[in-house]
Design a binder for this molecule. Structure first.
Ligand code: G4P
Length: 279
């Protein structure tokens, strides 16, 4: 699912968030483990103030594990509850219910002092497009359960998924807009495929990825594509084209095709577990 963001889109998403956030105790914010900062929304702290906060480092399977742990430490230091998960395979999902309860401990305690007992914690999932919100909700709720809420015509109002007697989850995630106006952020979102490639920019994007790989993960591209070490970025792209037999008009190297292969390999995790930003 790709989103073209324009002001109207953003206003609508913001309004939805503002409405739904009133109903809940806890914001479960999904970020992409490969870009834990760039996949965050600039306004989430303002929107979610006075709420319990949990950050999930999703797609942890695609990022370097030692850095996952460093990021968890970083977010905890900032006062959030934080855990890493793989929503696709279910890794880390089992422990989520207890993590949710832990994240809402203060609120439950406050309720108890006021004599409010057994009121379930209400939570919502939020994050930028493609970060894995639906996958996570399905993994947490079980597919059948999440689907009931989504059946068209069954219900108009809000649907809550009852996870257990203590936790209820809003079935529709909050969609947040990315910080697309920041060039660096835009580049990283494009690397992971969250922003649609412009056909013409594929080579430029691949060149930027080569630059990053050569400095942060030296040797990986050489090994993957069986190419010599090269200082020259576009030379490297040509070497990949050569190694993968990307040719146009019979014998000219097709750098565009090589760029697409490289981006696709990166996004598919075939270059290994790679984290694009460090705490
Ligand atoms: P969204 O609701 O936030 O927009 O995201 P969604 O759940 O649709 O997930 C976007 C893509 O990310 C999906 O891939 C999904 O399978 C993948 N994904 C979600 N969580 C994880 C995770 O923890 N690890 C990995 N490796 N992938 C994850 P897709 O290519 O759109 O679909 P599919 O090919 O998986 O069916």
């Amino acid at each position: 699912m790709h989103f073209q963001w324009y002001p109207g889109h953003m206003t609508k998403a913001r309004r939805m968030m503002q409405e739904n956030i009133k109903l809940i105790d806890l914001v479960i914010e999904l970020v992409d483990a490969r870009i834990p900062l760039s996949s965050r929304n600039p306004d989430i702290d303002e929107l979610g103030k006075n709420k319990a906060r949990l950050i999930l480092l999703n797609k942890a399977d695609m990022a370097e594990d030692t850095l996952n742990d460093e990021w968890i430490g970083y977010f905890k230091e900032q006062g959030y509850s934080a855990v890493k998960v793989n929503s696709k395979k279910g890794g880390g999902i089992k422990s989520i219910q207890s993590v949710i309860q832990e994240a809402c401990k203060e609120k439950t305690e406050r309720d108890r002092k006021r004599g409010i007992l057994n009121r379930p914690v209400r939570a919502m999932v939020a994050g930028i497009p493609n970060v894995g919100k639906s996958t996570f909700i399905n993994a947490l709720a079980g597919k059948a359960c999440a689907r009931t809420g989504n059946k068209p015509g069954v219900t108009k109002g809000k649907q809550w998924i009852r996870l257990n007697k203590n936790v209820e989850l809003l079935d529709t995630p909050g969609i947040l807009w990315p910080k697309f106006e920041d060039q660096e952020v835009g580049l990283k979102l494009a690397f992971i495929g969250s922003i649609k490639d412009e056909i013409l920019q594929t080579e430029e994007l691949a060149a930027e990825l080569i630059k990053f790989m050569n400095s942060a993960y030296p040797g990986v591209l050489e090994e993957k594509y069986d190419i010599p070490a090269a200082e020259d970025i576009y030379g490297c792209l040509r070497d990949i084209a050569k190694s993968r037999h990307c040719l146009v008009r019979g014998n000219e190297l097709d750098a565009g095709k090589a760029a697409a292969i490289l981006l696709d390999d990166f996004r598919g995790g075939r270059l290994g577990r790679i984290t694009l930003e460090r705490p």
